[in-house]
Design a protein around this ligand. Structure first.
Ligand code: UD1
Length: 420
């Protein structure tokens, strides 16, 4: 098993440019198959989830190649509308191909999607929404078959699911007539998908804060698009600076990208300043506990930063409370943090964290992507050598976490468990 060794106990100090966004890139890659032509994506992150999505696109008949940081996708040869079971099992975002394949072919077959184990993660909203656009579904031994060309319609999402909003947008672009979606997720990655689809020729209009209208079947054409910066990766490095009482500069990021995160960092005592596309994070004066961190859909505090925030609060003076409202199984890293000396009590969807002066280095194991990032932060806080197993989870979303933490002055290295 691949692992990361962290020699922690010193403040981070340095600067880096934050990578492109995973959660923006994945739906945009799925969207590229809507058009029988070429999409060029700049700033696409080189992470394993993107590689998995590329494999899926290739299995459908796309030709995909990298040219420096640009990913070039030619979807003119797409001929298949089935996603193989192994591909779907690797990554939840494979479900986004439902909307895209139905849009292009009026037909698709996909297995129930996999991904990090952070809750039940059903796809009922995706299927209900697509059914409202005229698609008929049947399920058979773990596979979902969809049939019917989407047509314009109305759907109100009872919960603002990010993935369901994206799937409906993808299907609506090729639907005959106008589709009105209400209760849509408002994450910046939804905006990025709409910008990409519009750049491709789609006619998409925001009709209210959570309402989007799509005028279907606008002619699509080749396009070039730059994937925005990853706000979760930026938040991870900002929190790592807070956890180590460091001072770092993160480039490529703006205030609005980080809505929901900044108030809490400041409340903790971290000083933030912005100049053009650079955010300086200064935690050298120390940090204090937070009475309540509640994860919420955008613009609330992102669930994807909850574990990293917990790792920081483990050494913040006082008692903090975290409430997880988005996923029901996202305290999977608590036991590992406790092994490092953290004082955490979990009851239902809440965790109480009593700050201790210092964490202890230990051998711990990542079980999901963001939990893995949290353990790296805990390792940076602890004096001595922490070994984090399960690097493959971290590589799903972080391009090269060792390179980045080294730019911030950390002593980290990749290794292989040789059983010793
Ligand atoms: C996306 C993000 C993920 C992030 C999450 C919430 C990507 C690739 N992933 O995941 O990093 O943590 O948004 O911000 O963009 N739900 C249902 N039925 C459905 C769909 C969702 O009950 O059909 C529930 C889920 O179980 C979960 C909640 O809704 O409890 C949020 O899920 P959703 O917003 O759909 O997240 P994802 O799109 O899977």
């Amino acid at each position: 098993m691949c692992q990361i060794k962290v020699n922690g106990g010193r403040p981070l100090q340095g600067a880096l440019t934050v990578q492109g966004s995973k959660n923006a890139a994945l739906p945009i890659l799925a969207a590229s198959i809507l058009h029988e032509g070429v999409s060029v994506l700049h700033n696409c992150p080189r992470i394993s989830d993107v590689n998995t999505m590329i494999q899926i696109l290739e299995s459908l008949g796309c030709s995909v190649r990298w040219e420096r940081d640009a990913l070039i996708i030619d979807a003119s040869g797409v001929s298949r509308c089935q996603i193989e079971r192994e591909c779907a099992a690797k990554m939840r975002s494979s479900v986004l191909l439902l909307g895209a394949l139905l849009g292009r072919f009026g037909e698709c077959k996909i297995s129930y999607p996999g991904g990090c184990v952070i809750g039940k993660r059903p796809i009922d909203l995706h299927l209900r929404g697509l059914s409202a656009l005229g698609v008929a579904f049947r399920e058979e031994s773990g596979d979902v078959y969809g049939k019917g060309r989407p047509r314009g319609g109305y759907f109100c999402l009872p919960f603002c699911s990010v993935g369901a909003t994206e799937n409906l947008l993808l299907a609506a672009v090729c639907a005959k007539g106008v589709t009105v979606l209400q209760g849509c997720a408002r994450e910046p990655e939804i905006q990025a998908l709409c910008s990409f689809l519009s750049a491709m020729g789609a006619d998409i209009r925001r009709v209210s804060a959570d309402g989007i209208a799509v005028f279907g079947q606008a002619p699509l054409h080749d396009t070039e698009y730059t994937i925005p910066t990853d706000r979760i990766v930026a938040g991870t490095y900002a929190l790592a600076a807070a956890g180590t009482r460091g001072n770092v500069k993160l480039y490529g990021i703006s205030r609005t990208d980080l809505a929901g995160q900044l108030d809490l960092l400041e409340q903790m005592g971290v000083q933030l300043s912005f100049k053009k596309d650079c955010m300086e994070v200064d935690a050298r004066r120390g940090i204090c506990a937070l009475p309540l961190v509640r994860t919420c859909p955008y613009p609330g505090f992102p669930t994807d930063l909850q574990s990293q925030m917990m790792a920081v609060l483990c050494t913040a003076l006082g008692v903090s409370r975290i409430q997880e409202t988005v996923f029901e199984n996202r305290f999977g890293t608590v036991q590992e943090l406790i092994r490092m000396g953290a004082d955490i009590q979990v009851q239902g969807d809440c965790a109480w964290i009593t700050g201790t002066e210092m964490l202890q280095a230990a051998r711990v194991c990542a079980r999901d992507l963001r939990g893995g990032a949290a353990l790296l932060i805990a390792g940076l806080e602890a004096v001595g050598e922490t070994v984090v197993d399960g690097l493959s989870y971290i590589e799903r979303g972080y391009e090269d976490v060792c390179r980045d933490f080294r730019l911030l002055g950390a002593d980290v290295s990749k290794g292989k468990d040789n059983g010793g």
